[in-house]
Ligand binder design. Structure first.
Ligand code: BTX
Length: 325
């Protein structure tokens, strides 16, 4: 209801009377007052004048459903967005909600993460209002072995969204998007599964959008960047968020309906920063060098080492130290 009231206020540049809101949305005047106050707490400036009603004066830069909906073209991905001003990690929250039965397509978004997570227990810097920190809950009926395909779908979805706003990035298999040689987005896919069945899967996407270059922590500023730091101005987080979700649903439907991730793989190949290059593969057994040859239809990285071809399902890949990034 809160979102519907907001929509009504946005559609009218003028005052809308409480009676009109009440009539068109079939909600009591007291309830309207309660929702208006909730919107104010979220940062909206809403004027209220006796006998005239309510007028929206200012809309905050937040990633709630009410703000993203106008750009959203999906059927089920992002149709329920659970928004937090601050949270430890959207992945942790999404896993908890999924375990409690949240529906496929539910998205958790936070303005800030205080314990954002990367792979292998690493952290993810997630300053307030400056990025897109979100997790999508999925329940694909696929073999747990194929879960990493969802990461490729996510990478393709983010890359395409950035490309739509004129940002020319690369995909670094399996889970990073890089811009001018630095990481602008990371993806963390986690799942709960039995041997041959996925209970739920959570794909966490972190995009550094409007972080100023001097705000990027020193420890990572040689490897991390933001869209703003590269293009020199703020970009619309709301539009990019919706575009990621729009693309994600299209590519994910291909997996669910036809068992294929062809469209995503085409994008991951075309935008790959690794293919054709010498790469460093970092495992717990040490480092080795190989050449990245291709990404298969299944989303694996094909590498060649001493004339031998091998498939990687996931892994830690570096081109840094070989090509300077
Ligand atoms: P990763 O393990 O590939 O990358 C983590 C590493 O990247 C860190 O160790 C650090 O060196 C560097 N790093 C940390 N923060 C940033 C940043 N903001 N930008 C660029 N580099 C950084 C990548 O893991 C997966 C990240 C997923 C993040 C999303 S955000 C929403 C969701 N919730 C959550 O807790 N994680 C995911």
């Amino acid at each position: 209801m809160k979102d519907e009231i907001l929509k009504l206020l946005k559609e009218n540049n003028e005052f809308v009377s409480g009676q009109d809101i009440s009539d068109s949305l079939n909600v009591s005047r007291t309830a309207i007052w309660k929702y208006i106050n909730q919107l104010r707490e979220e940062g909206y400036l809403i004027d209220s004048v006796t006998r005239k009603g309510y007028k929206l004066i200012y809309t905050p830069d937040i990633l709630t459903y009410g703000e993203i909906a106008e750009y959203l073209e999906t059927d089920y991905i992002g149709r329920k967005i659970i928004h937090f001003d601050s949270i430890d990690s959207t992945n942790i929250k999404a896993k908890q909600l999924a375990a409690e039965g949240a529906k496929e397509g539910t998205v958790v978004i936070a303005e800030e993460q205080t314990m954002g997570r990367g792979r292998l227990g690493r952290g993810w810097v997630s300053p307030k209002g400056k990025g897109i920190w979100m997790s999508i809950i999925l329940r694909p009926n696929i073999d747990p072995i194929d879960a990493s395909k969802v990461t490729q779908i996510g990478a393709a979805a983010v890359w395409s969204a950035l490309s739509k706003v004129g940002v020319d990035a690369y995909i670094k298999w399996p889970n990073d998007i890089v811009l001018n040689g630095k990481k602008v987005c990371g993806i963390l896919t986690e799942m709960s599964a039995e041997l041959n069945r996925i209970n739920y899967l959570v794909i966490g996407i972190g995009v550094n959008v409007n972080i100023n270059s001097q705000e990027i922590p020193k420890e990572i500023n040689n490897i991390a960047t933001s869209i703003k730091a590269e293009v020199g101005h703020d970009v619309d987080r709301k539009f990019i968020t919706a575009e990621i979700l729009n693309n994600f649903e299209r590519f994910y439907n291909e997996l669910i309906k036809y068992g294929s991730i062809k469209t995503s793989i085409e994008i991951c190949r075309k935008a790959s920063i690794l293919l054709g290059r010498e790469i460093k593969i970092i495992t717990n057994k040490g480092e080795r060098r190989a050449k990245a040859i291709d990404i298969t239809e299944q989303g694996e990285l094909l590498i060649e080492e001493n004339g031998k071809i091998e498939k990687l399902i996931s892994g830690e890949i570096s081109v840094r130290g070989i090509y300077g990034y």
